[in-house]
Design a protein around this ligand. Sequence first.
Ligand SMILES: Cc1cc2nc3c(=O)[nH]c(=O)nc-3n(C[C@H](O)[C@H](O)[C@H](O)COP(=O)(O)OP(=O)(O)OC[C@H]3O[C@@H](n4cnc5c(N)ncnc54)[C@H](O)[C@@H]3O)c2cc1C
Length: 282
Amino acid sequence: MYDIAIIGGGPAGISAAINASVLNKNFIWYAAAPSRKVQRAELIKNYPGLPEISGKQLEWALSNHAASMGIEVCRKLVTGIYPDERHFTLIAGSDCAEAKTVILCPGVQAADPIAGEENFLGRGVSYCATCDGSLYRGKKIAVVCTDGAFEGEINYLLGLAKEGIIVPLYKNCGISAPNARIVVKRPCEIAGDSRVRQLKFRDGAEDVDGVFILRGSVAPTTLLHGLETKNGHIVVDRACACNIAGVFAAGDCTGRPYQYAKAVGEGNVALHSAAEYLDKLA
Ligand SMILES: Cc1cc2nc3c(=O)[nH]c(=O)nc-3n(C[C@H](O)[C@H](O)[C@H](O)COP(=O)(O)OP(=O)(O)OC[C@H]3O[C@@H](n4cnc5c(N)ncnc54)[C@H](O)[C@@H]3O)c2cc1C
């Protein structure tokens, strides 16, 4: 029986694991794989103290930090979490573990990826306007957006780009910037060579330097039934506590902004909240 089970190998999960080790907790840490989102960042400019670091360098620094403390990661995908009266049972492949608390840091899952999206992630495909927008200053971009709530981010991108092809996958798009062209079609493929070159539709294509995909999608309820979500994100309070007692969540899965500093901070908060919860159980 572990005190804490941490799920996720991105900045949020690593932060939770490092702090669990510092607090000398008995924990198990599952991460199906190192975070592809960290590895694929071309250049990170907004992580305090580490200006101009690449994603690969940040991934190395984070993983090395955990490894240098002797923290072991279990490279398995957790497929189900089942609450009992006083603990949780986690299923990962043929493995099964029990823990008194769970910290969810699985990131955001792309619900309905466009063909080529995964392949060009970090090579012209981005999910974050504030992270990558400045890489497209004076260039031509496409923005595929699933929700009008992201129009502020679209306007931010249009303020940087020379031209923007805006593909709203929702009704009543309110974008009206002079350098924006609204295309009401469903994109079917992102194509290119070593980088993105085109966003394709069934009846044609737009030549672009990059494609921003702004969507909020995660299916954490398949992991843990009864977990409260809103707009695809896990609902948490300021202590990163979820609606199920003993369950905490951190990082992209709790909502925007999708950023390293937020993920690391929430991983820390979630771990300390889990530790306080354990103290009350004792
Ligand atoms: C190309 C690119 C560039 C970016 N640039 C920036 C930037 O410049 N600045 C910035 O602040 N942010 C940037 N971001 C955003 C940043 O990468 C994310 O905000 C951050 O990685 C979120 O961390 P996380 O720990 O919440 O999730 P993730 O990094 O997505 O990690 C999720 C982890 O959970 C694991 N996992 C998921 N489900 C399970 C499961 N069921 N069982 C076990 N393990 C599981 C995954 O394998 C992975 O290890 C960028 C993202 C991308 C894609």
